[in-house]
Design a protein around this ligand. Structure first.
Ligand code: SF4
Length: 384
């Protein structure tokens, strides 16, 4: 474990940028366990963990991969993440994985799951059907779906954990979610000591390491950052919205920061904090997990509840004392871009300033974004 904050961030960046999943291979060598890739946004990591499997968050290749073969499988007018994921698969980057989960968040992921099954028929790939009814029918449906998947995980790992083991895994992930929330809370209080670019790397590193290790890493970072000597500057406090699946390049996040914004809330790594609060660790563990998804999940573009969209965003802006919203979505991302007008209507009604731009995970030019985000921050400071 790194001892200084800078070392910890370097280590996290090294893990995030390692497309060959070196930490996953090391974990497998050490434990003899299996590893399963989880596409965005949410997968039942607790069930994988209970089955002795390392859940590995796969969010494409970012700006670290040249797309050569991946383009041949998709039309030009969709997002980037399926191309780089296919490229990684064909390059052998994902060979440490013993399976892949494709949650039903959009047509692109659905089509990618079918393509994956054809290209890699020897590796199990599961389509996770997410609930559409956020009521008791949804709980029943999702419990059934998660039980089906859990059976598959146990078949891959050769283990047969009981209900108590799943509850213990839920408790470990409860701690993880609580630490991540603590990190966000500290950022809201002192964003100059807890920059979004650092917190982002720390949470993303957790996509590739064991959750207990990640909990230790988060604890040390929070303590080190809290004790660090950092000076506040007069930046604008903003909420970033729309980056929950294909991730922006790290330099885009740093660009938003450098342009005069403190990002006090975001949905970059939404999967790790989709469920709010603790999940119950007594009773039927799988039903508890399904119920938590139905009753405790955050507002998200791929979740359709009957309540008006945007309410939670407005509340979030107020809770974070934010001064504006930056809508920052991947190009051609249907869920994010179809949600955006409803989100904008809600924040306009609440007189919250906003700006919007799009990116691709391999965007390399940030000057225009720097100017736009900088102008937005300046206008907030001058006229809000
Ligand atoms: S970026 Fe958007 S459209 Fe593309 S896979 Fe993710 S949710 Fe689907």
């Amino acid at each position: 474990m790194a001892e200084t904050k800078a070392d910890m961030i370097d280590l996290a960046e090294e893990i995030v940028r390692d497309l060959e999943l070196g930490t996953v291979s090391k974990w497998k060598e050490k434990t003899g366990g299996k590893a399963v890739g989880c596409m965005p946004v949410w997968s039942p990591r607790e069930l994988l963990h209970a089955a002795g499997i390392l859940p590995v968050g796969i969010v494409g290749g970012g700006d670290g991969i040249e797309i050569i073969k991946g383009d041949a499988y998709f039309q030009s007018y969709i997002c980037q993440i399926p191309r780089s994921t296919i490229e990684m698969g064909l390059n052998g980057n994902l060979s440490p994985l013993d399976g892949m989960i494709f949650p039903s968040i959009c047509d692109v992921i659905r089509n990618l799951s079918g393509m994956w099954k054809m290209l890699f028929p020897k590796t199990p790939a599961w389509y996770l059907d997410m609930p559409q009814s956020f009521d008791e029918i949804g709980v029943d449906f999702f419990t059934h779906e998660l039980k089906r998947l859990f059976g598959e995980f146990c078949r891959v790992s050769g283990q047969n954990p009981d209900n108590d083991s799943i509850n213990r895994s839920i408790a470990i992930y409860n701690e993880n979610r609580s630490l991540i929330e603590e990190l966000y809370q500290k950022r809201r209080e002192r964003p100059w000591c807890f920059p979004v670019s650092e917190g982002y790397l720390l949470i993303r590193a957790g996509y590739q390491i064991d959750v207990k290790e990640h909990n230790k890493m988060l604890r040390s970072y929070i303590d080190l950052a809290a004790a660090s000597d950092c000076k506040a500057i007069d930046n604008a406090r903003v909420v970033v919205l729309g980056s929950f699946c294909e991730q922006p390049p790290l330099n885009l996040i740093r660009t938003i920061e450098k342009s005069g914004c403190y990002v006090v809330e975001d949905d970059f790594t939404l999967g790790a904090r989709l469920i709010k609060g603790e999940i119950s660790t007594t009773g039927d563990a799988i039903e508890n997990l399904a119920r938590a998804f139905i009753e405790q999940s955050r507002e998200a573009a791929f979740i359709y509840r009957e309540s008006e969209k945007g309410g939670e965003l407005v509340e979030k802006v107020k809770k974070c004392n934010a001064e504006g919203v930056v809508c920052c979505a991947p190009s051609f991302c249907d869920p994010a871009l179809l949600d955006q007008p409803m989100m904008v209507a809600a924040i306009e009604k609440a007189s919250i300033p906003y700006t919007s731009f799009k990116y691709a995970e391999n965007t390399g030019q940030f000057q225009v974004i720097r100017e736009q985000a900088g102008t937005f921050a300046d206008s907030i400071k001058l006229w809000s």
